[in-house]
Design a protein around this ligand. Structure first.
Ligand code: G3H
Ligand code: 13P
Ligand code: ZN
Length: 322
């Protein structure tokens, strides 16, 4: 089937109490690892491309890689989405260039300006059969060249969501309830320790999510910054020359709970990066004489695939929903 929008996917996900995985893609091995997992698990998927990914790999290469995946996986619905579109021009370029979904991220702008920019993108996108994700509230962490400090991040204010959605006409809404981008989502000071001395992050603000749900019944909500930072990959990195102390993510049970509520799209990028980096570091340590990229990218792709299969089955709940 051709690329689809997320409209139907989100409706089914909302009603079925699961979420669609939105995985960031930057090269062929990542596209293959994700889509092979989705094919085997019969899961719908959102492949998302950031401004940085377009700068790294080139828009055309990424679209063609995704088109190749669609051809190889004819039975699963695939959305091609712009992640964190910074302005109207970038969104327009993706809408004109084959994407079926875009995010306009004007969350750092004042409320009225966020509405104005989002509305302009929605009008252009809807005229071209493309859906739009917008954001209210801002997450800490780094996206492309924008770094938001924890002090500057802010939770979504539920009292703003109805006006925002009705004035902009956006199709889904990303909210800030305590997640953040990257592999260091919580400082050790924000965490407690369990009996084994392992850091336990503070819970997400489900009270905010529930208030948003009450105000926007049936409306699809998006969670960014939803990597769980698997400790096996952090250890793999650290025991093969890496240095990522205190890397910590969102516990999987909390994402599962969010998926059962109104969260229909869960964004995961850092976990794929950790799987790829850990695998390649381990390979180089074991085989210092090897230099064929196929030899180290093959196990890296395989580990991305296994990680994504686990997410689809055990976290998102979207396995078998294609
Ligand atoms: O939201 C951030 C995503 O992980 C994309 O990261 O901007 O480095 O491509 P990037
Ligand atoms: P992570 O850094 O938690 O993987 O978040 C990715 C994301 O939100 C992409 O938009
Ligand atoms: Zn994000």
């Amino acid at each position: 089937m051709p690329l689809v929008t997320s409209k139907d996917m989100f409706k089914k996900a909302y009603e079925g109490h699961y979420a669609i995985g939105a995985f960031n893609v930057n090269n062929m091995e990542i596209v293959q690892g994700i889509t092979e997992a989705c094919k085997e698990e019969k899961a719908p998927v959102i492949l998302q491309v950031s401004k940085g990914a377009r700068a790294y790999a080139n828009h055309t290469y990424l679209v063609k890689l995704v088109e190749a995946a669609v051809k190889e996986c004819p039975d699963i619905p695939v959305v091609l989405h712009l992640d964190h579109g910074p302005d109207f021009e970038t969104c327009k370029s993706c809408i004109d260039g084959g994407f079926t979904s875009v995010m306009i991220d004007a969350s750092s702008k004042p409320f009225a300006e966020n509405i104005e920019i989002t509305k302009k993108v929605v009008e252009y996108a809807h005229d071209h059969g493309v859906v739009v994700e917008a954001e209210l509230g801002s997450l800490a962490g780094i996206e492309d060249d924008v770094k938001v400090s924890a002090a500057d991040s802010s939770y979504t204010r539920p009292e703003e969501v109805e006006e925002f959605v009705s004035k902009t006409g956006c199709d889904s809404l990303a909210i800030a309830i305590g997640t953040s981008h990257g592999a260091y989502k919580f400082t050790p000071e924000q965490c407690t320790r369990n009996e084994k001395g392992i850091l336990v992050p503070p819970p997400l603000r489900f009270d905010i999510l529930e208030e948003v749900m009450k105000r926007l019944p049936g409306f699809p909500i998006v969670l960014h910054g939803s990597s769980s930072v698997p400790q096996n990959f952090v250890e793999m990195i650290n025991s093969h020359g890496g240095k990522m102390p205190n890397a910590i993510g969102v516990p999987e049970e909390q994402l599962r709970k969010a998926a059962e509520l109104a969260v229909c799209k869960i964004n995961i990028d850092s976990d794929l990066r950790l799987a790829m980096t850990g695998t390649i570091r381990e390979f180089f340590d074991a085989h210092p004489d090897k230099f064929d990229p196929r030899e180290y990218l093959k196990p890296a792709r395989a580990n991305i695939k296994e990680l994504v299969r686990h997410k689809l089955r055990d976290v998102l709940g979207c396995a078998g929903k294609a």
